[in-house]
Design a protein around this ligand. Structure first.
Ligand SMILES: Cc1cc2nc3c(=O)[nH]c(=O)nc-3n(C[C@H](O)[C@H](O)[C@H](O)COP(=O)(O)OP(=O)(O)OC[C@H]3O[C@@H](n4cnc5c(N)ncnc54)[C@H](O)[C@@H]3O)c2cc1C
Length: 356
C-alpha cells in the first residue's frame, strides 16, 4: 500500500462533535467525563488557537468551543478549563511551567483552573482560599478549593495562593496526590460530566519550576480579558444549539410562533454578541479596568441571552420539554451554569454597580 493511502486526515471539530459527542449527550449529562472526546478535540487543534495571543486566534478558540457547546455544555466547559490553562501558560514569562504548554495545547495532557475563588477574592467577595509560605526554591501551600473541573488524578490545574505579606503566587498543581487530594462529593443538576472535584491542598510543595507567576498582581490583568472572553464560546454555542433545537421542532415552532423569542431572533442576537466578542478580542491585552468592565458586560449579556434562549425553548416545547430527560430541560439546566460560573451574573452585577 502506498504511504499516502495510509494517512488519515485529522478529523475536524464538527466531525468529532457529530460522531463522538452527539451520541453520548445523555451519558455525559448523567456524569460521564468525555475524556476521549477532549483528546480528539485536542488533536484537531481546538486548544492551540490562542497560544500566540492574536485576536484571530482567541476568536478561533471561542468559536471551536462554541461548536462543542451547540451540542453539550459539559464538553464546552471542559474545553474552557483546558483553554484557560493553556492561556495562562502561554502568557507566563516563566520557562518552568511553559514546558507543559505543548502537551496541553494539543490535548496530550488535560487540566483545569481553580481561579473562581481568586477572581472573587480580587473583587473583595471572599478571601483567597489557598495560603503559602516561601520555602527553599518554592512555596509550601495549603487550603481547599470547593470545585475544580476537568480533573482526574494526574491532571494539572492552576491555582493562586497568598503569602503572609499579601503578595500572591500562581502555580501548577497535580491533582490526586497525597498533598493535593481530590474528592467528587457532590451531584450537580447539570455539568456532571465535567470531572468536577473538591481539591484539598495539604502542605503541597510548589517548586519554582511550576510557578506560572511570582507576582499575580502584575500577571492577572494581562490574562483576565482573555480568560473571561473565552467563556463566551460556551455561552454562544449553547444559544445556537437552543435555536437549532427550536427550529427542528416543527410542530412546536408552529404552535409557538407568537412566543416573544424565536430561533431567528436568538441567532440574530448571538451574531451581534459574537461581533462584540471579535471586537473585544482585539483589545484583550489591555490591562486597564475600563476594558475589563467592558469584557464583564459582554460576558453578562451572553449569560442573559443563554438564560432567555433556553427558557424560550422550554416555552415552545411545553410539556414535552417538561419530561425528565428532555433536551430543552438539559439546555435550561446548562444555561443556568453559564450564569452562575465565575464570573457569575451576581458577581458581574456587583462589579458593575461599584463602577457606576
Ligand atoms: C459544576 C461546577 C463546576 C465548577 N468548576 C470550577 C472550576 O473548574 N474552577 C473554579 O475555580 N471554580 C469552579 N466552580 C465554582 C464556580 O465558578 C463558582 O465560584 C461557585 O459555584 C460559587 O460561586 P457563587 O457565585 O455561587 O458564590 P457563593 O457560593 O454564592 O458565594 C461565596 C461567598 O461569597 C459571598 N458572595 C457571593 N457573591 C457575592 C457578592 N456579589 N457580593 C458579596 N459577597 C458575595 C457569599 O456570601 C459567600 O460567602 C464550579 C462550580 C460548579 C457548580
Amino acid at each position: 500500500m502506498a504511504a499516502s493511502a495510509r494517512i488519515t486526515p485529522p478529523r475536524t471539530v464538527a466531525e468529532i462533535v457529530r460522531e463522538d459527542l452527539r451520541p453520548r449527550l445523555a451519558a455525559i449529562d448523567a456524569g460521564e467525563y468525555p475524556v476521549d472526546v477532549l483528546r480528539a478535540l485536542g488533536a484537531a487543534g481546538t486548544f492551540a488557537h490562542h497560544v500566540e495571543g492574536t485576536p484571530e486566534g482567541l476568536l478561533a478558540a471561542i468559536d471551536a468551543m462554541g461548536q462543542a457547546g451547540e451540542a453539550c455544555l459539559s464538553t464546552a466547559f471542559c474545553i474552557w478549563c483546558q483553554d484557560a490553562l493553556v492561556w495562562y501558560l502561554a502568557r507566563s514569562e516563566e520557562a518552568g511551567p511553559r514546558r507543559h504548554l505543548a502537551a496541553f495545547a494539543d490535548g496530550a495532557a488535560l487540566g483545569g483552573t481553580g481561579l473562581s475563588n481568586p477572581m472573587k477574592a480580587f473583587s473583595g467577595i471572599e478571601p483567597l482560599a489557598l495560603r503559602c509560605e516561601r520555602e527553599g526554591a518554592g512555596y509550601r501551600v495549603r487550603g481547599r478549593l470547593p470545585w475544580v473541573s476537568n480533573l482526574v488524578p494526574g491532571h494539572l490545574f492552576a491555582g493562586i495562593a497568598s503569602l503572609p505579606d499579601g503578595r500572591r503566587v500562581m502555580g501548577l498543581f497535580e491533582a490526586g496526590t497525597a498533598a493535593v487530594a481530590i474528592a467528587a462529593n457532590a451531584r450537580f443538576v447539570a455539568l456532571e460530566g465535567t470531572g468536577t472535584v473538591t481539591v484539598m491542598v495539604r502542605d503541597a510543595y510548589l517548586p519554582d519550576a511550576d510557578v506560572i507567576a511570582h507576582d499575580v498582581a502584575a500577571f492577572v490583568p494581562r490574562i483576565r480579558n482573555g480568560f473571561v472572553l473565552l467563556q463566551t464560546g460556551m455561552g454562544l454555542g449553547l444559544v445556537r444549539g437552543v435555536a437549532r433545537l427550536m427550529r427542528e421542532d416543527a410542530r412546536g415552532r408552529h404552535d409557538g410562533r407568537y412566543l416573544p423569542l424565536g430561533p431567528e431572533a436568538i441567532e440574530a442576537r448571538a451574531e451581534v454578541l459574537r461581533e462584540r466578542v471579535a471586537a473585544a478580542a482585539v483589545r484583550h491585552a489591555e490591562t486597564d479596568r475600563a476594558t475589563f468592565l467592558d469584557t464583564l458586560r459582554l460576558r453578562l449579556d451572553v449569560s442573559l441571552l443563554a438564560l432567555e434562549a433556553a427558557q424560550s425553548a422550554m416555552l415552545q416545547f411545553g410539556a414535552r420539554g417538561y419530561l425528565e430527560g428532555s433536551e430543552p430541560f438539559r439546555r435550561l439546566r446548562e444555561a443556568q451554569f453559564v450564569a452562575i460560573v465565575t464570573p457569575s451574573v451576581k458577581h458581574i452585577t456587583t462589579e458593575l454597580a461599584r463602577a457606576a
